[in-house]
Design a protein around this ligand. Structure first.
Ligand code: 6PG
Length: 225
């Protein structure tokens, strides 16, 4: 499936597009997977302002760091502070329990995901080309059965992770990458303008039957054709 590129001027415009996708999905009662990192927080906040009623939606995560939910490295905590705490009507929250062992948390999350269709996943890309917690050339890229699995990061924060697998991400209805900044330009080129490659996990993540969209600002798009 081709990736639909949405090119925008700068970070603020990129965040606005991502927030609009989130708000529309929430209004439609979608099952929405969030991620961590520094980029999504402002998109969450804007989405909460655009659509304060997430009462019919469900919130999941593309990945989680294996830390307690109150830890500042927790992706759940990021979403709680930037989105969930700001809503008038909260969604059903399906968090990955990072306080468990990675294996136990992955198993529990895998079971929770069975029979669920994720409608939207908002993902980031690292400068190394990772997405969710699927890291370059990692064994997790070979997973064909499990929907969630434990993963070890090659970069900060160096805590164990739980991540959606490639098959789980392929079954998402709309995969949205939010990619901003010059340090993402090379990864964006490898992810969206080159053949799929295990060295760039984001290049392997495409919605099988739905849409895959990349929101890129001018700096991140510098090496795209
Ligand atoms: C995580 C993420 C990860 C993130 C990218 C991009 O938990 O670390 O889910 O995959 O999306 O590393 O992060 P930035 O937004 O900080 O660039």
């Amino acid at each position: 499936m081709d990736v639909e590129l949405i090119r925008v001027e700068g970070v603020d415009e990129a965040i606005a597009v991502a927030a609009e996708f989130l708000a529309q999905a929430a209004a439609a009662g979608a099952q929405i997977a969030l991620s961590g990192g520094s980029t999504p927080g402002p998109a969450h906040e804007l989405a909460a302002r655009l659509q304060p009623d997430w009462g019919r939606a469900g919130v999941w995560w593309g990945d989680e760091r294996c830390v307690p939910p109150g830890d500042e490295r927790s992706n759940y905590r990021l979403a709680a502070e930037s989105l969930l705490d700001l809503l008038r009507e909260p969604p059903a929250v399906h968090r990955i329990r990072g306080e468990l062992t990675p294996q136990a948390a992955a198993l529990e999350y895998d079971e929770a995901l069975r029979g669920v269709t994720l409608d939207l996943a908002l993902l980031g890309i690292g400068p190394d080309g990772h997405t969710a917690s699927l890291f370059p050339n990692a064994p997790s890229l070979d997973e064909t059965g499990r929907l969630a699995l434990a993963a070890s990061p090659g970069l900060e924060p160096l805590v164990e992770r739980v991540t959606l697998s490639l098959p789980a991400l392929a079954s998402v209805g709309h995969v949205v990458f939010l990619v901003v900044g010059a340090d993402k330009a090379e990864a964006a080129e490898r992810a969206f303008a080159r053949p799929p490659d295990r060295a760039t996990p984001a290049s392997l993540v495409r919605s099988r039957e739905g849409r895959t969209t990349a929101i890129v600002d001018t700096a991140a798009a510098a090496r795209l054709p």
